[in-house]
Design a protein around this ligand. Sequence first.
Ligand SMILES: [Zn+2]
Length: 80
Amino acid sequence: MTRISIKEYAKKHIKCNPDENLKDVISRLKDAVERKNSGATCSICGASIWAVGSAVGGFEGCFTCITGEHDDSEDYEVFL
Ligand SMILES: [Zn+2]
């Protein structure tokens, strides 16, 4: 996964989802990263959560359980 800052990711997300609010997306991403850093695990398989997917996907999960894919090389993960 490519690691990018929360702000950078939020801007990309808004480009694809122009009806969403930038501040709201940033705060959801921050929350998700904080949960990840404090040890939150995927609600399906118990692996470490994918902060981006958990912030925008609606449930606490890892990359594989949220997307159904194993190759995460073209996706992003955010950090604080
Ligand atoms: Zn999982």
